[in-house]
Design a protein around this ligand. Structure first.
Ligand SMILES: NC(=O)c1ccc[n+]([C@@H]2O[C@H](COP(=O)([O-])OP(=O)(O)OC[C@H]3O[C@@H](n4cnc5c(N)ncnc54)[C@H](OP(=O)(O)O)[C@@H]3O)[C@@H](O)[C@H]2O)c1
Length: 254
């Protein structure tokens, strides 16, 4: 479902992490349909190539990266900008889910969840702050979740990581504002992706129905996030910064 003009992001170069699946893939497709040149990042080479093949237009590229929180992420993004041109923006979608009771949450699980989301977001922001990597007036969007706003059994680590994304977004918005760079997060409810499907396999039918009915408008689609990110990436969102945009089909209303 294309709701934005095909010239909305013409000439803009955008990094998309998690582009090999789900929300990241659909957003890469949506951004390209609006004229952006996409640098698609992920780990799985086959699925990443499938995303690249699905992008409209020309000038797209791949940046295979394991977002393990390492400082080399910053260097890889900097090198890509040097080779292919500065970024107008980035959408950091990569992340892993974690549902387990607190007694089963040890340092390893903490590192797994925080590395791909929080530490990598910081590494991306660090890269974008370096000379020549990002254009002034650009836009950074981080993938957050309603899990950072509402409590649920088994979600402590995941909720902590997403709440960290929201806090980081506000401070980065202040730090990047002098360059006219906007920084926002999207707090999504349940979106039907491979991550969502694997979560549902742990629930019985009644629990799935209860989970669905908490979303007043039902579960969301990757397109719903892609449209919000596209808006934030371009001029439509030019007066929005430091926001955690709740996009949840009514999950947090009551
Ligand atoms: N689906 C939902 O209901 C929902 C709701 C709210 C927020 N979110 C958030 O939305 C984001 C995308 O989720 P999704 O539903 O689209 O999940 P998904 O389909 O499982 O996709 C996850 C993506 O993250 C990438 N990724 C994970 N760990 C990585 C790592 N260490 N290095 C590089 N890439 C890594 C995966 O890459 P590879 O496949 O190449 O390994 C994949 O492209 C996540 O941050 C998630 O927390 C999802």
């Amino acid at each position: 479902m294309q709701v934005f003009n095909e010239q909305y992001l013409a000439g803009k170069r955008v990094l998309v992490t998690g582009a090999s699946s789900g929300i990241g893939r659909q957003t890469a497709i949506a951004l390209a349909a609006c004229g952006a040149r996409v640098c698609a990042s992920g780990r799985d080479a086959t699925r990443l190539q499938a995303t690249l093949d699905a992008l409209a237009g020309t000038g797209h590229g791949l940046l295979p990266l394991d977002l393990n929180g390492d400082d080399t992420i910053t260097e890889a993004i900097q090198a890509d900008a040097k080779a292919h041109g500065a970024f107008h923006g980035a959408f950091h979608s990569a992340g892993v889910s974690m549902v387990r009771p607190i007694k089963m949450c040890k340092r390893k699980q903490f590192d797994d969840v925080f590395a791909s989301s929080v530490q990598s977001a910081l590494a991306i922001a660090r890269a974008m702050s370096l000379r020549g990597v990002m254009e002034d007036g650009g836009s950074l969007v981080f993938m957050s979740s309603v899990a950072g706003l509402r409590g649920q059994t088994g979600m402590s680590l995941y909720s902590a990581a997403k709440a960290a994304m929201d806090g980081m977004t506000r401070s980065l918005a202040v730090e990047f504002a002098p360059r006219g760079i906007r920084v926002n997060a999207v707090c999504a409810g349940a979106i039907e992706t491979p991550m969502h499907s694997s979560l549902l396999t742990t629930l019985n039918d009644d629990s799935i129905e209860a989970y669905r009915s908490k979303h007043l408008l039902g579960f969301g689609q990757p397109d719903d996030v892609a449209n919000a990110v596209t808006f934030l990436m371009g001029q439509g969102g030019r007066w929005m910064t430091g926001t955690s945009l709740v996009l949840d089909g009514g999950y947090t209303v009551r």
